[in-house]
Design a protein around this ligand. Structure first.
Ligand SMILES: C[S@@+](CC[C@H](N)C(=O)[O-])C[C@H]1O[C@@H](n2cnc3c(N)ncnc32)[C@H](O)[C@@H]1O
Length: 227
């Protein structure tokens, strides 16, 4: 984690300028209407890997929140985020360092551009499930494995140009399986180009109210004979 933290502390100095003028990062625009359709003035929102706050920008300006919390391992990113969005509560660290008081507190959890840095995704999704309110949604992006694309074909590679920053890629089926095991259900999964031809997925998942029922149904369906 320290190579990732050092990298983002350094990148923070030029992050806003570079994503706007150099890489033309499209994830915030792509996610905006999903997030605005889920957030209300009653929502407690958590943004994991919040960076300088691009994911929450629209929600913040529309005042569609009761509270917004951001968590990030980079102090430099958080410093810049606080300057832009003074009403956000910021926590330096990863999602596991948040106090347990937040259990089932968040109506919406966002994680944009950070899942590729999480080595243990099953544990991460379980943690998100614990933090989510019973009617809560998790919206996140991830980098898929694309076998025919040289710079996205390794499940465990490195960030392009930054050879010491690990990048974990996944298959959609693997993501759905890990979410299911954490009591979360995929309700939408779309592919989009995030920057410089890099393909990302955007997933919206919701908490399963009766996880055992869904698992029983899945087991029954997979055991059913083919007609
Ligand atoms: C590509 S930036 C994305 C920032 C912002 N979400 C956006 O889309 O503009 C990735 C962010 O995730 C943070 N990050 C990386 N690993 C993390 C972890 N394990 N826990 C929390 N934040 C992490 C980095 O410090 C960085 O700010």
């Amino acid at each position: 984690m320290s190579s990732t933290r050092n990298f983002y502390n350094f990148l923070a100095l030029v992050f806003d300028f570079s994503i706007r003028y150099i890489v033309q990062y499209r994830a915030p625009d792509f996610l905006r209407h999903y997030l605005l359709s889920l957030a209300t003035s009653e929502s407690n929102i958590l943004d994991i890997g919040t960076g300088t706050g691009h994911a929450i920008e629209a929600i913040y300006h529309q005042r569609q929140f009761a509270s917004i919390h951001g968590v990030d391992i980079s102090a430099e990113m958080l410093r810049r985020c606080k300057r832009k969005f003074p009403d956000i509560h910021l926590h330096e660290g990863d999602v596991f360092s948040l106090p347990d008081d937040f259990s089932r507190w968040f109506h919406l959890i966002i994680c944009m551009g950070a899942v590729e840095h999480i080595p243990d995704l099953p544990r991460f999704f379980v943690r998100c499930g614990d933090l989510l309110h019973d009617d809560g949604h998790l919206v996140f992006t991830y980098e898929p494995v694309i076998v025919y694309k040289k710079n996205q074909q390794d499940p465990h590679g490195h960030l392009k140009f930054f050879s010491n920053v690990p990048c974990y890629r996944h298959d959609p089926a693997e993501i759905a399986k890990h979410l299911n095991s954490a009591g979360l259900l995929v309700v939408d999964d779309r592919e989009f180009v995030a920057y410089w031809g890099m393909v990302f997925h955007m997933v919206m998942a919701m908490k399963i109210k009766q996880p055992n029922k869904v698992l029983e149904r899945d087991a029954a369906q997979s055991a059913a004979p083919l007609s």
